[in-house]
Design a protein around this ligand. Sequence first.
Ligand SMILES: Cc1cc2nc3c(=O)[nH]c(=O)nc-3n(C[C@H](O)[C@H](O)[C@H](O)COP(=O)(O)OP(=O)(O)OC[C@H]3O[C@@H](n4cnc5c(N)ncnc54)[C@H](O)[C@@H]3O)c2cc1C
Length: 379
Amino acid sequence: MERTSDVLILGGGIVGAAVAERLARDGLGVTLVERGEIGREASWAAAGLLTPVHPWRYPESLLHLDAESFALWGPLAERLRDETGIDVEMRRTGLLNVIESDEDEREADRRVAWKRAHGERAERLSAADARRLEPLLAETIRGALLLPDLAQVRNHRAAPAFAAAAARRGAAIVERTAVLGLIHQDGRVVGAVTEAGPIRAATTVLAAGAWSGGLLATAGDSAASTICPPALRTTPTRGQMMLLRTAPGRLRHMVLAGGEYLVPRSDGRILAGSTVEDVGFDRSVTSAGVAAIGAAVARMAPALAAAPIERMWAGLRPDTPDHLPSIGWVRPGLLAATGHFRSGIMLAPVTGEIVLDLVRGRTGRDLGPFDPLRVVAVV
Ligand SMILES: Cc1cc2nc3c(=O)[nH]c(=O)nc-3n(C[C@H](O)[C@H](O)[C@H](O)COP(=O)(O)OP(=O)(O)OC[C@H]3O[C@@H](n4cnc5c(N)ncnc54)[C@H](O)[C@@H]3O)c2cc1C
């Protein structure tokens, strides 16, 4: 039997699930179709930092989205726990940005200036003070920046929590069902063909992460060649991660050194990451990845080099040619919410708000930088 819905969401990572939750909370009839299990791709693999690693390298437009999303995360985490029993553990653990080199000193100055200009707290610490806060840090550090307001979430729980909350409000969450193509009628997208049959909807939302571009390109009709604009040509960027097992409390702050980070969970586990690799749709863990992350752990916190590795994995960040997300109308009936690259955990709540505004016909935001039809400068 053909199913119909107000909104059909293609892909059940954190972005699709957060959009489903927000639309269902507003009373819309939602169907979400995921080819595997909810939240088992990039959204599972991530570290859960609710901050860009180097904010001053991003355009202001994206930082505004970050700030809006960060403000949404706290109340949402509580709502998800109350409604579903799933605790995504949003914790303001703060972050210590370790200074190891002359270049780090310059980055630290930029970060302090940037933080202060944006009204956020940043405190320069001596090496001794940093090591008093976190005794695991290497003796060789020159100092650190303390960013006390930064937070993290237990990201692997987040997409399932959003999906469960959406389902409680009537959304249909269809797992283990691949989307095969879009249905077009009179110049509009009116749904999608799935392994379980066609599903029609007034609005279809493309939220298939790194696979979004490929899904559009295989839409399978005469419109296909015109409907995959450059900003939707998503590509995968592999990130490998290492999970260490330690006693709770050995590390309390997130630690960032150069591009590498440690993220302590409440149960004592510590995430160490990550690689940034252009290797196509390949989720392998490699010996080079193990070596690179292992070396970073030993450099940041030498005592952790003896901690057992509980698990390693890799995920595929959905990148776009200009590294900005694509959120907005692609053509009548088709919205995109994809390409969140390194910030999809952070940006999921605000993406839900934006998609809701667009579905409801509300305007007022400047979404130009994220327009799926924008002219992209490859950077
Ligand atoms: C190692 C690593 C560390 C990261 N750290 C952070 C961090 O600290 N903070 C942060 O904000 N972000 C981080 N990210 C980025 C973040 O994980 C992503 O931006 C985010 O998860 C993207 O969410 P998504 O829902 O778009 O994609 P995904 O989670 O990949 O979900 C897309 C879904 O679409 C489904 N799908 C694809 N094709 C089809 C089809 N044909 N039919 C049906 N379903 C389909 C897939 O199965 C998948 O479940 C990290 C990523 C990695 C890999």
